[in-house]
Design a protein around this ligand. Sequence first.
Ligand code: SF4
Length: 433
Amino acid sequence: MALTCRLRITLKILKILNLEDSENALKKKKLLFEAGFEFKDCFSRADILFPDKNKWDIIEVKSGTQVKDINIHDVSFQKYVYENKGIKIGKCFLMHLNNEYIRKGELDIEKLFIKEDITKEVEEHTNGIKERIDEMFKIINSEKSPKVSIGNQCKDPYECPVCHCWDSLPENHVFCLYRGGKLSCELYDNGVEAIKDIPDNIKLNDKQDIQRDCEIHKKVHVDKNEVKQFLKKLEYPLHYLDFETFSTAIPMFDGLKPYSNVPFQFSLHVIRKEGNKPEHYEFLYGGNGDPRKEFILALKKVLGDSGSVIAYNQSFETGRLKELGEYFPEHKKWVEGVLIRIIDLLVPFREFSYYNPKQHGSASIKKVLPALTGKSYEGMDIGEGGTASVEFFNTTYNNKGDKKRIRESLLKYCCLDTEGMVWIVDKLREIVK
Ligand code: SF4
């Protein structure tokens, strides 16, 4: 009922703002932005209606970099509503960002966007749309919620806001199975909720098998040999390195594509010799322009030219370093020297050489650090990369927020990422001693 109410109130507001204006504007046969029309309680507002002879083309603009299934559903719905209001629709397009575009000087809007003809796909999706809408209204107006089992649809294509359906699941449920996908859903649909209850006859891969074994015997799994092999690769001086970045849909600086990651901060812990205390170095961009030059110069000063560079999920740091090397050819050789020194601390966890049920099937540092060392990111003002990036961006380019406090939190957060790696390696060494 609450949903129906909200829907009606929203419709009413939108109607007042938009419906009348749209009807009037339509008669003028001019390009229309966000023209709203309603048909039998269905309200639609395409981004652009483009007049073409006696028809109109729909152009939907998205910030993504490709056409997704959900976009086709979206435009099919718009077409259905418009045509039922007597507006003849010609072609349908999806305009999205071009991820091959690299900024050089002024933005080239023509190249920044790609306009894809999706008329055929929309036509195909329009078949049966009336029945699908009827079904949705039946659910919206129903007193009882439909009986739908939780599954992948809870997160894809969007995170469901009614996430309490998951609350009743046991701690290490079947959706925590490493790369569980379809198997997790099948197990759940067959009444198996906990990993420990997965029957023996179900074929699991080696990593999932370790998870089940740890659950049944309430134990931590360690393959000492594999962990030792990993630790052997670390060469002093050890450099524990982590980057923070931000990204924008529209590239802000030269050499960037839509959504390129721009590094603005790093933390580095260096242990020169076995038994030495870690030394800490850090950089956080303080200007309001392009941080990349200061970033690479600061990094060059402290990273040295020998010893392992340890990152967690190294593809991220490797990717940023390669991009910096491409954009600053004068530093390319140095970057190449760093790349061959990088060792990924994720590996022993991704390979399940160590697995603790407290990780809940994840090898991310946010799960591994507390499971292995008891330390965590809890209680920090900034406790994950997404927030770090937003806070930095807002204080740096939008002049929003308490800059001093946010900078302190950013430094604290990034420092914990590399300090955490030091603790993880120390702990692994202790375990295999
Ligand atoms: S979380 Fe959302 S999508 Fe998943 S079952 Fe519950 S209501 Fe449905």
